[in-house]
Every structure is written in C-alpha cells, then in structure tokens.
Design a protein around this ligand. Structure first.
Ligand code: TRP
Length: 456
C-alpha cells in the first residue's frame, strides 16, 4: 500500500489554489524569460505559437494534473500510485511522479541562481547605480556581476534561504500566507510599470514587435522553445501543480480555476513584454535579441534616466523577486511533501536536505556564467544551457505527454468525470477529446522536432 499520511493539508481559503498556482506560474518565466526568448525567436510569430500551445496543450494538461493531485490527495509520487491503483493500472505510472519531482529539483537549482540576480539589482537600484547608464555601461555592469562568482553564490544562498523559510512553515501557515500577500502586490507593481512604458517608451514599436506576425519567423526550433515555455510558465508536468491541486477543497471547480490561472499567467507575460520592449526600442545600444541579459541590461538604463528611477527601479526588481519567490516555493514543495509523506521525515529536515542539494547543483549554473562559460558538454550547451534545455525542452514536454496519455487513455472515465463534476457535460467532453487526441499528437511532433539542437 501507499504510505498515505493520516491527514493531507487542505488550503484554508477557497481562492487560495488560484493565488498559489498563479504564484507558481508567474515568475522569472514570465518577466525575464518570455521577453528574451520572444526577442531571440522573432517576436510575433513566436508569441502566436506560444498562445496556441497554452490553449491547446497547456490548459488541458493542467486540468489533468490538478485532477490527479486532488484525486490522489498526496505528494506527486504517491498521488500517481494512488490513482493507478484506483483505476487498476500498473504502478509503472509512478514514473511520471518521479520524473516530475526530479525536474522540479533541477529547475530549482538554476532558478534560484537567476532569482539571485534580481536581488542584486534591488540593491543596485537603491544605491542609485542606474543613474546615467547607457547601453554599453549597463552591459558592462551586468557582465561584471556574472563574472563575480562569490557574489552570485551569496545571492543564490540568500534566495534559497528565503524559499526554505516559507516552505518550512507548511502549507497553510507558510505557502498560503505568502501568496496571499505577494500576489496582489505583484499585480499592482506590474501595472505601474506598464504605465511607465506607455508614457516613456516606444510603445508602438514594442507592440508591433510582439504582435506583428511574420510567417518567415516560424521554425521548428522556435516551436519547440515555445512549447517548452508553455509548460514552464504554467509550472506544468513537474508536480508543483499536482501538489497544489492535492490541497484543493473537493468542491472547487477545477476547470474554472485552471482557466483563471492560465489567463492570469498569460496576461502577466504579455504585460511584461509590453513593459519591456517599448523601453528596449527607445534605448540606443540594446536589441530585443539581447538574450538572457535583456531585462537586466535594458531596464536599468530606463530607470536610470527617469524621474524617481531609484524608486521605480527598486520596485520593479522587488516585483521580480517576489514573483520568483512564489515560484521557487512551488518547486521545493513537491519534493518536501514526498519526503515527509513517504519517509516520515520532519518537514524541516526534508526541506533542508533538498534545498542544500539544489544549492550544490546550482553552483554549476553559477560557474556557467564565468569559469565554465565556454565549456560545452553536449552540442552547443554548457552546464546551465544543458540543464535548462533538458528540463524545459525535454523533461517537461515528455512528462506532459505521459500525463496526457495517463489521464486521457488509462484512468477510467468515471473517475475523471467525478473529479470534474462541477463542469458542464460540454466542457468535459471538449476537454477529454482535446486531451486524448490533440495534446499528445501536437506534443509528440514538437518534442521530436526539438531534439535537433542536441546534434548540432
Ligand atoms: N512557472 C514559473 C515561471 O514561469 C517557474 C516554475 C515554477 C516552474 N514551478 C514550476 C516551471 C514547475 C516548471 C515547473 O517562472
């Protein structure tokens, strides 16, 4: 039998799932990564593919993942076992839970390094270091940070510490309290920034870049990146959403909640793009295809030039830090839930064990930006490039494919219908059909196409 805990936590408020899942979904992926990969992959065509993947693949699988968590009422590994038993399927399907927890761990390792950069930028903003920056000096400042290993490790350690702090307090006292405070604040800050981009940036050029469609920019590689990102941004296929679903009260409508989360997440990504690109186009010396430094190089220039830039600059990077924070707690939680429920470890012990391991693996990411930068492991990838590629472009889509097959073809229909009893017949049938036929096929095609960079 599965080691089922006597009592699995349940969120204290009806709306917490939406806040917590949105907190998980909205993060560096939306504010840092989405704008820069849009910039690297040609703008509008990329955004279009991304939106299609969110709707056709992301949302149906997210509904499936939440459903599995709530049905299993346990951490991802045990929840998968629970549902497999109930439906009479082999325990092999546990593998999905395992793969999920592992992917989450690897993502956490590099995510906290990059979140650390945002902490550094909060302090630089407050010290007025953005004043008078231009394209060249801002790039230099960013490169100087990346070259400074000890600084990077310091921030990475602080950030993991913050994450441990929340997760240690548990589901309702820690996670729930944190997201109820952080999320509203984040939305307000983002709107303030959008306002600034409209007033001070080249808004027309920014919007044209993001929504101007050019068929020439469609490519398999861009499709694979867009698909991986659709999973990444929704926090799919690695147990976070399953774990949060497992804390969801039984009478909440999964469909409504998932649609809300997906919409909010997309809205934040698009808003972040609309806040960043107008500034990029209004600033000489930087281009949209700047890469990983886009947000860190372009925005300080704008803040340095604007009235009250110290305040707005610090606010912006605080916002990104908060968004990243509510994401890392969801990356840590599934593994912690697994260790406490499966091996009866204390929450704090499990928490420290995983956080320290993630910190250690994260050192590889730190070095990828200085000492190990030129050391390529496979194809064109260095350590960070490889972890990012393998988790986002392979593990997440693969986990998603297996989840779609499991929910769509293995789990008994009456179990699904019962978990989705709040949904109308029409909604259920549409969801079931898309999840069985459309999502897996589309996923398979894009996944195979995405293997190419490994052989370049
Ligand atoms: N979705 C978050 C972002 O966009 C990152 C994240 C949190 C995540 N939890 C996850 C990504 C689980 C994949 C899986 O920044």
């Amino acid at each position: 039998m599965v080691n089922k805990p006597k009592q699995h936590a349940i969120w204290g408020h009806r709306g917490t799932f939406v806040l917590a899942a949105t907190g998980s979904a909205v993060g560096l992926g939306n504010i840092w990564k989405f704008p820069y990969i849009t910039g690297e992959n040609g703008g509008g065509a990329f955004v279009l593919m991304y939106l299609v993947f969110i709707a056709m693949i992301g949302v149906p699988i997210m509904i499936g993942e939440v459903l599995l968590g709530r049905r299993g009422r346990a951490n991802p590994v045990n929840a998968m076992a629970q549902v497999s038993d109930e439906t009479g399927a082999p325990r092999l399907w546990n593998g999905i839970g395992w793969c999920a927890v592992l992917a989450g761990f690897l993502i956490l390792s590099y995510y906290s390094v990059i979140a650390g950069w945002t902490l550094e930028y909060v302090t630089s903003a407050l010290q007025g270091e953005f004043a008078g920056l231009d394209g060249a000096s801002s790039t230099l400042a960013f490169e100087a940070l990346l070259a400074d290993k000890n600084r990077l490790i310091g921030w990475q350690t602080l950030f993991i510490g913050l994450t441990v702090l929340v997760v240690a307090f548990g589901v309702t006292k820690g996670l729930e309290t944190a997201v109820r405070l952080l999320m509203p604040l984040l939305f307000v800050l983002l709107l303030v920034l959008l306002g600034y981009a409209v007033v001070a940036g080249d808004f027309a050029a920014g919007a044209e870049f993001m929504f101007g469609f050019n068929a020439r920019d469609l490519s398999w590689e861009a499709a694979s990146i867009a698909l991986g990102h659709a999973f990444f941004t929704l926090s799919l296929a690695m147990g976070a959403i399953m774990a949060y679903g497992s804390y969801m009260p039984g009478n909440s409508s999964i469909g409504t909640m998932v649609l809300t989360v997906a919409m909010l997440d997309t809205l934040v990504a698009l808003t972040a793009g609309l806040a960043i690109f107008p500034i990029v186009f209004a600033t000489p010396g930087i281009s949209p295809s700047e890469g990983a430094g886009l947000m860190f190089v372009s925005l300080p220039i704008a803040f340095g030039a604007m009235p009250m830039g110290v305040v707005f600059g610090a606010l912006f990077f605080v916002l990104v830090t908060l968004a990243a924070w509510s994401s890392t707690i969801s990356l840590l939680e599934p593994a912690v839930a697994y260790l406490t429920e499966r091996f009866s470890l204390k929450r704090l012990t499990a928490n420290l064990l995983i956080a320290c391991s993630a910190w250690f693996v994260g050192l590889g990411t730190v070095l990828s930006f200085n000492d190990w930068e030129g050391i390529t492991l496979i194809g064109k990838f260095n350590f960070f490039g490889l972890i990012d590629f393998v988790t986002t472009n392979l593990m997440l889509p693969l986990g998603g494919l297996l989840m779609a097959i499991f929910v769509g073809w293995v789990v008994r229909r009456d179990i699904l219908r019962n978990e989705l009893r709040q949904e109308s017949e029409r909604f259920f049938n549409l969801w079931y059909w898309v999840l069985r036929y459309i999502s897996p096929l589309a996923l398979l095609i894009v996944l195979l196409a995405g293997l190419r960079p490994l052989f370049d």
